[in-house]
Design a protein around this ligand. Structure first.
Ligand SMILES: [Zn+2]
Length: 443
C-alpha cells in the first residue's frame, strides 16, 4: 500500500481556528481507512516570523492507505475550508501531500524552517522538484509550513501533547477545567509532563485563552503518561482528544550556531561571545548588553517578562563569556540594526578579577593613570608605579542556563526539567492517539 505524508499549515488566526483541530478532524476521518505510521505530528516552526498566526504550528499525518492522492487532497481541502477562519485576512492555508519516503532535501528544508525565513517561492520550487502535490488558499504562505512539517520527521528528541477539543457551540465560552485536578495531575506525573502550571503566579498553563477549539493540552514525555494525565483531570465540555508527537519543548529552533556578521532579521540564532560593556537597564526594566564575537557586535536584550534572564544579564560584566539564544529583530526604521531578543542565556565564564590602578602605599589612595600604557602616579605624593594590579571580584552572577518563567516560554523552548531527558530515537509504538470524551474508547 502506498505511504503518504500530509502536511497542513496556517489555517488559524489570532482569534479563531487552530491547525491542530483540522488535524484532529482529519485523524477522525482517516482512521477507518488508513494505517497511521506515526502519531500525528505537531511541528512548531521559527517563532520569530512576524507574519505567523499564533504559535506557528503545522501538522503532518503519516499514513499508509489504498486511497489515492486526489481523494486525500480533496478530503484535506474540504476539512481546511470548513474550519479555517474566513474573517481573518492573514491566514493563507497550505496543504502538501508527499507519496513515498521523505527525501533528504525536504528534511533540510524542514530543518531550516525551524530557524530561518523561507519564501513561498522556495517552497513552490521544492514541491515541484520533488513531485509533491499541493493546494494553497489565498497567498499560499502556508505551503512553507506544510512542507516543513513533512520534512521534520522527529527522529531525535521529541515530546507529546495530548489535546482535548471542545464542542463548537462552546468555543466562545469559559473553559471548565478544575484547577485542583491540574495541580494533582502535575504532581502525580512529574517529571514526565511539563508546563502545566506556573507556580510563581499559580496560573494554569494547560488552557489557552482564545475563542478556539482547544479545551486544554498537556505536554509530556510519553503517550502513556498523557493518557494517565487525562484520567486525572476533571473538566467538562470536551468532545475528543488527540495525542500529537511534537518538537515542542526540545529547543529544536535553537540549532543555528551563527556569527554576528551572518545574522539576518527574524532568524532564531545562537551566538557565543563576550560582553563588550556594562549592561544597561532601560525604561520598563529591560536589560540590554553588547555582545561581541570575532565577526562583530550586537545588542542582546532581555525583557521584563524574561524573568531570570533579565536579572542575570544585569549582573554581568564586560569580559564575561555567554551563549545567547534568541530571535533576531530589526529596529523600527533602521532595518540593518539588529537586536537579539533573548529567550535563553547560558553564562559560560565569569571574569573573577579586573585590572585597576594601584593604591599608593603611603597615602592609601588610588593612583591616576598617566596615559595609555604610561604607568600610574599618586596625585598626592607623586609616587609612581608601572603596572596596574588585578583585583578580585565578588560576583553575584552564577554560571549556568537561564530561562524565562514557564508562563512566558515559547512552545519550542526546552524546560529545565527536560535537560538530560532528551530522546535519541523516533516514535514510540503508534497506538491510542485518538478518542472521544465520555465514549467507551476514551482512555
Ligand atoms: Zn601617595
Amino acid at each position: 500500500m502506498p505511504i503518504y505524508h500530509l502536511g497542513i499549515d496556517d489555517t488559524d488566526s489570532l482569534k479563531r481556528g487552530c491547525t491542530t483541530y483540522v488535524g484532529a478532524l482529519l485523524v477522525e476521518r482517516l482512521l477507518p481507512q488508513a494505517t497511521f505510521l506515526d502519531f500525528p505530528n505537531l511541528i512548531r516552526l521559527n517563532p520569530n516570523i512576524p507574519w505567523k498566526s499564533r504559535g506557528n504550528a503545522a501538522i503532518c499525518l503519516r499514513i499508509s492507505t489504498p486511497m489515492d492522492c486526489d481523494y486525500l487532497l480533496e478530503l484535506a481541502e474540504e476539512v481546511v475550508e470548513e474550519n479555517r477562519d474566513r474573517q481573518d485576512e492573514k491566514n493563507q492555508p497550505g496543504i502538501a501531500l508527499l507519496e513515498g519516503g521523505v527525501p533528504k532535501s525536504l528534511k533540510l528544508f524542514g530543518r531550516r524552517a525551524l530557524y530561518d525565513v523561507l519564501s513561498v517561492e522556495d517552497a513552490t520550487s521544492l514541491a515541484r522538484e520533488l513531485g509533491i502535490y499541493y493546494r494553497t488558499i489565498k497567498g499560499g504562505r502556508g505551503l512553507v509550513g506544510a512542507l516543513a512539517a513533512i520534512g521534520n520527521t522527529l527522529e531525535g528528541d521529541h515530546t507529546y501533547e495530548l489535546i482535548v477539543y471542545r464542542k463548537k457551540e462552546t468555543w466562545d465560552g469559559q473553559r471548565q477545567v478544575d484547577r485542583e485536578s491540574v495541580v494533582e495531575m502535575d504532581q502525580g506525573t512529574y517529571p514526565y509532563t511539563f508546563n502545566n502550571l506556573d507556580y510563581e503566579t499559580g496560573r494554569v498553563l494547560i488552557t489557552p485563552h482564545g475563542s478556539d477549539p482547544i479545551l486544554f493540552g498537556v505536554r509530556g514525555e510519553y503517550p502513556s503518561v498523557l493518557r494517565q494525565a487525562l484520567k486525572m483531570l476533571k473538566f467538562s465540555g470536551g468532545e475528543m482528544w488527540v495525542i500529537y508527537r511534537s518538537n515542542q519543548g526540545t529547543d529544536a529552533h535553537l540549532i543555528n550556531n551563527s556569527a554576528v556578521a551572518e545574522l539576518r532579521p527574524y532568524q532564531a540564532a545562537v551566538l557565543e561571545g563576550k560582553l563588550m560593556g556594562t549592561p544597561k537597564v532601560i525604561r520598563g526594566g529591560h536589560a540590554i548588553a553588547e555582545l561581541g564575537d570575532a565577526t562583530g557586535r550586537i545588542d542582546i536584550a532581555a525583557y521584563e517578562k524574561s524573568g531570570e534572564i533579565q536579572k542575570v544579564l544585569r549582573e554581568l560584566l564586560p569580559g564575561d563569556r555567554v551563549r545567547a539564544y534568541g530571535g533576531v529583530i530589526p529596529h523600527e526604521g533602521q532595518p540593518t540594526r539588529l537586536t537579539l531578543n533573548l529567550e535563553k542565556l547560558e553564562v559560560l565564564e565569569l571574569i573573577t578579577a579586573v585590572a585597576r590602578s594601584p593604591l599608593c602605599g603611603k597615602c592609601k589612595v588610588r593612583m591616576k593613570a598617566k596615559g595609555r600604557n604610561k604607568g600610574y602616579k599618586c596625585e598626592k605624593c607623586g609616587l609612581e608605579a608601572k603596572y596596574s594590579i588585578m583585583e578580585s571580584l565578588d560576583r553575584k552572577a552564577k554560571k549556568g542556563v537561564f530561562l524565562p518563567p514557564s508562563r512566558s516560554v515559547r512552545h519550542l523552548t526546552k524546560p529545565l526539567q527536560r535537560y538530560g531527558m532528551e530522546k535519541s530515537w523516533g516514535s514510540d509504538s503508534v497506538h491510542s492517539f485518538f478518542g472521544f470524551i465520555d465514549a467507551k474508547d476514551s482512555p
